[in-house]
Design a protein around this ligand. Structure first.
Ligand SMILES: Cc1cc2nc3c(=O)[nH]c(=O)nc-3n(C[C@H](O)[C@H](O)[C@H](O)COP(=O)(O)OP(=O)(O)OC[C@H]3O[C@@H](n4cnc5c(N)ncnc54)[C@H](O)[C@@H]3O)c2cc1C
Length: 471
């Protein structure tokens, strides 16, 4: 009997498979691992294909010569991040509140240091009121943005027709308040305010909560009580590696997926050196990387156009390790916000017992882009020069130095969050999670609550698995 083209393709696909399972998960970041875990618990035969020689994706800790562990990638967690913390607890990974005792320091554009306690640097009453008013306006607008469909917000068109930068410049007349709002974009979204749609920023505020606690800007940007409240004892990489151990031989490393062929309600997932056939697939990658896989048949136009327009932010992260957290003796909590420098945002990253010291220094947005051509040694020196400026001469001689340049990593190509420029959410947003045939999409950038965070990654993976298990 002759075959139709679809039947011929299906036969070819089955023949080409090295392995046949129920579901293939592409990517072993927290999203892919959480999806696989739930699918296995639901009785599915699963295979996870991971491009790198390790799991965890943007979660990666490194061992120090002093016996400690430092987070190259994600590290903070906070209130309302319920799924991540439940998963961590189940796996025996505990949290601790970050070091917050003492003063923070704000460095103005001319390099003047202003010490302060509390959430905001000192400013005159007028600036304080203007900033409070702007934050209230942003929270109020964010409350109109549905976390699962921001493109349906009542004023979605208007909000998605402007950048965060143009909203700040057009709505906030006070100079200090404007400066701090632009800084929030750089620090909390690792992207410049001119890069991002206002609707995306409002969505990102709206998702900084959970089903019972609406998101708000303060929770998104705060240390105590906010997204940067706590860390994981021994680092969050354990969450990934413990899930990997549970998956055992279902997990394949060094297997970058290049092509996904669908036919007859099945898929053939083609990785370097291995092809796996399945009745469903979870692609748990940032959208821009999902867009680099070749799909046959081609994906719907909206989906492809979305992945053409969904960048990851630019971020590098440095950690300088010292024998002691010496800044604590000067009454400093290690938190700096600065308007100049290679690093403009620092935190005390010492372990819970303070047995050695560590300063975390972020290079966000333009600061990460500015060092792209520079060697690791040059970036290290620039960061240390800044740390000396912020914390004194002792900062010049760390015992160890950790540097994560995420934009340069082949299987990340940027940090978190992903974000969209004007016009993208309203025109292409519907494709974020809409399955394409038997392919389901997961990953922190597809999440509702805590999109862009570890919590969002876990939620997105569990959601994709639940959708598949539902059938
Ligand atoms: C420097 C930095 C700091 C951060 N800080 C925090 C923080 O403090 N708190 C927080 O909550 N979040 C933070 N984040 C964000 C957090 O790391 C991410 O939201 C989350 O880890 C994303 O998980 P994911 O599984 O969705 O994606 P990823 O972790 O990116 O996982 C995707 C996986 O897919 C693999 N892959 C890519 N292409 C292919 C392919 N073709 N085939 C097979 N595999 C492929 C990758 O190697 C990777 O393992 C930070 C991120 C960075 C970079």
């Amino acid at each position: 009997a002759v075959a139709t083209p679809a039947q011929a393709r299906a036969a070819q696909a089955a023949d080409a498979a090295d392995v046949v399972v129920d579901t293939v998960v592409v990517g072993a970041g927290l999203a892919g691992l959480a999806a696989a875990r739930k699918l296995v618990a639901g009785g599915k035969k699963v295979m996870v294909l991971e491009a790198r020689d390790r799991v965890g994706g943007r979660v990666h800790d490194v061992s120090l010569a002093n016996g400690g562990t430092m987070e190259r990638g994600a590290q903070f967690t906070g209130p309302t991040q319920t799924r991540l913390q439940a998963l961590a607890a189940e796996l025996g990974v505990r949290t601790f509140t970050g070091y917050n005792t003492g003063d923070s320091v704000y460095y103005t554009a001319d390099g003047t240091a202003i010490r302060y306690s509390g959430a905001l640097p000192p400013m005159d009453d007028e600036s304080y009121q203007a900033l409070g008013q702007a934050m209230y306006q942003l929270d109020t607008l964010a409350s109109t943005v549905p976390v699962d469909a921001p493109w349906t917000a009542a004023k979605a068109e208007e909000l998605d027709a402007q950048t965060f930068h143009s909203w700040i410049e057009g709505n906030v007349s006070n100079d200090t308040a404007r400066t701090i709002l632009h800084l929030i974009s750089n620090g909390a979204l690792s992207a410049e305010s001119r890069d991002i749609s206002l609707l995306w920023v409002l969505f990102y505020i709206a998702v900084s909560g959970n089903e019972t606690n609406p998101g708000n800007l303060t929770r998104l940007t705060s240390t105590l009580g906010g997204a940067r409240d706590s860390r994981f004892v021994g680092g969050p990489y354990q969450i990934a590696t413990k899930m990997a151990v549970q998956l055992g031989s279902r997990l394949v490393l060094k297997a970058p997926v290049r092509r996904i062929v669908q036919s007859g309600g099945r898929a053939l997932v083609v990785a370097d050196g291995l092809s796996v056939a399945a009745s469903s697939v979870v692609v748990a990658l940032p959208p821009t990387l999902a867009g680099r896989i070749a799909y046959s048949p081609a994906l719907p136009a909206t989906r492809d156009q979305l992945t053409q327009r969904f960048p990851l932010s630019s971020i590098a992260k440095a950690i300088a390790v010292y024998d002691k957290p010496f800044w604590r003796d000067a009454g400093l909590n290690g938190q700096v916000a600065s308007l100049t420098g290679t690093t403009r945002s620092t935190f005390d990253n010492s372990p819970p017992d303070g047995s050695y010291g560590a300063l975390l220094a972020f290079l966000d947005g333009d600061q990460a882009r500015a060092v792209e051509e520079r060697s690791d040694a040059t970036v290290k020196q620039a960061v240390l020069d800044d740390l000396v400026h912020y914390f004194g001469a002792k900062a010049a001689t760390p015992t160890e130095f950790v540097l994560g340049r995420w934009d340069a990593e082949e299987f990340s190509r940027g940090g978190a969050p992903g974000f969209t420029a004007p016009g993208v959410l309203t025109r292409f947003g519907t494709a974020i999670r809409r399955p394409a045939g038997v392919i389901h999409w997961a990953g922190a950038e597809t999440a509702t609550f805590w999109n862009g965070h570890m919590e969002g990654a876990v939620r997105s993976g569990e959601q994709a698995a639940a959708d598949i298990l539902k059938g």
